[in-house]
Design a binder for this molecule. Structure first.
Ligand code: GDP
Length: 529
């Protein structure tokens, strides 16, 4: 296969949803249909939930929340599919945002009864801003939920999308009979028995045929005809270009648990979803077809194998061919590195590969060279644009609870911060360490991981901070800046990169500081122009 063909057949995407909408179930069904795993299904759902193929971490099993982002790859038809799994829990939203820098498209799962939920809104907004192509899957059609048209309206209004249904449900809940596939013009009928899959697929170009009455009954037939007429009247027809540029979002209906509508989704997805897209670096835009290898780290995962202490850095290949044992430039460190055992991912397994292509994710064993956002090239100085750190919302002092293990604690904290689990601030006044996180749950994760991976123990102490903001460096002779440093000494800290941070203890003090020191620029993300 030529290099160009390799690129064209890759589909790298993420599935996003509010927790419990059915992301794990859908992922599993896609893997199952792709032949990547042998079994899944309603019978084992509890077990699957606990030991889901896409979850690596022990801690996750305890909580039933996707903490880890993992890669699941399989072949379907002639395509190579890479699914980047994303945690749905809001405390891990940053992890998900970072993963969205590595996907070429997204499937949004929505629960038919709950409609658009909070996490869906936030994640879709990030995708919309980045013009990532999105397909919407309305799940749990086997349950009573919202009317299909109402839900389409809700998706348009709350998520700011331009939808066009490519499949349409026939009935819902108890009366759910099947799916009309608008894209392929056929009908898939299901039996009432949820353990059975598709009963028959019938090509159905002509909806006025009396055959429809025979298949689904008079009432359902006339409702379907009316609905499809309405769809045709109200929604624009599918426009691939608009989909690819983020201007239109196709919608599918189904029930992942019962395999309804999943084939329709998958078959259409492999046809319309984009192959690897060009990516912006600070210096220029890089095309996947360029021969020189470039890629960036979007995720660092520690300790997937508890027997080995090393970490795995997940690199998205943007251009060229990544080869085993070839020297690459680590741009930030200005250092040449070779990788003797790069991992590729297949279903829930990983294996050493010789070559990876644009769109692929390789896992590189790392002993501490990588941070999130690092770029690898064949020599060119390039910096891929990632997602900056956001101002954390929770702050606590971290203390060492076992004086014999101070070194382990320092190392553990250091590495967890590189992974992007949380942010560490060192107070200017007394050198005390403060951990800032997006969600409260991360404190438990850190404590647990420090103990299990580094043999270190920590305790926390409350630290009252309203917001952390990065202080744009200013002329040290600027009297206003000098005064700010002196007056606010108690509230100043350095982040891991040595940037100055102002920890405002209330919304009021933040506002006062902004008024009193107008020449000092405060930012809510770590990167500013
Ligand atoms: P996630 O949190 O988005 O990954 O959601 P899961 O895939 O774990 O699903 C959450 C719950 O919804 C589980 O109990 C699933 O069995 C259930 N579920 C998923 N898909 C469907 C569906 O199509 N119909 C019904 N009735 N339940 C579903």
């Amino acid at each position: 296969m030529t290099f160009t063909e390799e690129i064209k057949r890759r589909r790298t995407f993420g599935i996003i949803s509010h927790p419990d909408a059915g992301k794990t179930t859908l992922t599993e069904k896609l893997l199952l249909f792709g032949g990547a795993i042998q079994e899944a299904g309603a019978v084992k759902s509890n077990k699957i939930k606990k030991g889901a193929t896409s979850d690596f971490m022990e801690i996750e099993r305890q909580r039933g929340i996707s903490v880890a982002t993992s890669v699941l790859a399989f072949h379907y038809k002639d395509k190579k599919i890479n699914i980047l799994d994303t945690p749905g829990h809001k405390d891990f939203a940053e992890d998900t945002f970072r993963t969205l820098t590595a996907v070429d498209s997204v499937i949004v799962v929505i629960d038919v009864a709950k409609g658009v939920e909070e996490q869906t809104e936030k994640l879709v907004e990030v995708c919309r801003m980045r013009q990532i192509p999105m397909i919407v899957f309305i799940n749990k059609m086997d349950r009573e939920g919202k009317d299909a048209f109402d839900l389409l309206d809700e998706v348009e209004q709350k998520l700011g999308l331009q939808v066009t249904p490519l499949s349409f449900p026939i009935g819902m809940g108890y009366d759910f009979k099947g799916i009309y596939n608008i894209y392929e013009k056929n009908i898939n009928l299901f039996t009432g028995d949820s353990k059975r899959n598709i009963e028959e697929t019938i090509a159905f170009e002509d909806l006025s045929s009396p055959e429809l009455e025979r298949l689904i009954g008079a009432k359902a037939a006339s409702t379907l005809r009316e609905n499809l007429e309405l769809v045709e009247g109200v929604y624009p027809s599918f426009d691939r270009e608009a989909y690819l540029t983020g201007g239109q979002q196709p919608v599918f209906f189904g029930s992942a648990l019962n395999n309804f509508g999943v084939w329709e989704l998958l078959d259409c997805f492999v046809e319309i979803a984009p192959p690897p897209r060009p990516k912006k670096a600070e210096e220029r835009v890089v095309e996947p077809s360029e021969r020189q290898m470039t890629g960036f780290v979007f995720k660092i995962h520690a300790n997937m194998d508890p027997k080995h202490r090393d970490r795995l850095a997940f690199v998205k290949i943007v251009s060229g061919t990544f080869e085993r044992n070839k020297p690459y430039l680590h741009v930030r460190l200005d250092k040449t590195l070779k990788f003797s055992s790069p991992n590729a991912f297949f279903a829930e397994k990983k294996e050493v590969v010789d070559q990876s292509f644009p769109g692929d994710i390789v896992g590189l064993h790392d002993t501490g060279n990588f941070k999130i956002g690092d770029t690898l090239t064949e020599g060119e100085v390039l910096h891929y644009k990632g997602i900056p750190s956001f101002s954390p919302e929770h702050f606590r002092y971290i203390n060492n609870a076992d004086p014999m293990k101070a070194k382990q604690l320092a190392k553990g904290v250091d590495q967890l911060m590189d992974e992007g689990v949380a942010q560490l601030f060192t107070l200017e006044l007394n050198g005390r360490k403060v951990i800032g996180t997006v969600g409260a749950l991360q404190y438990e994760v850190i404590q647990y991981r420090l103990e299990h991976e580094y043999g270190a123990k920590c305790t926390y102490e409350p630290f009252n901070v309203h917001k952390a903001c990065w202080v744009e460096p200013s002329d040290p002779n600027n009297p206003e800046f000098k005064e700010f440093l002196r007056v606010k000494q108690k509230f100043l800290a350095k982040d891991k990169r040595g940037q100055l941070v102002f920890l405002a203890d209330s919304a009021f003090s933040l506002q006062m500081a902004q008024q009193k020191y107008p020449s000092i620029k405060l930012h809510f993300t770590s990167e500013f122009e």
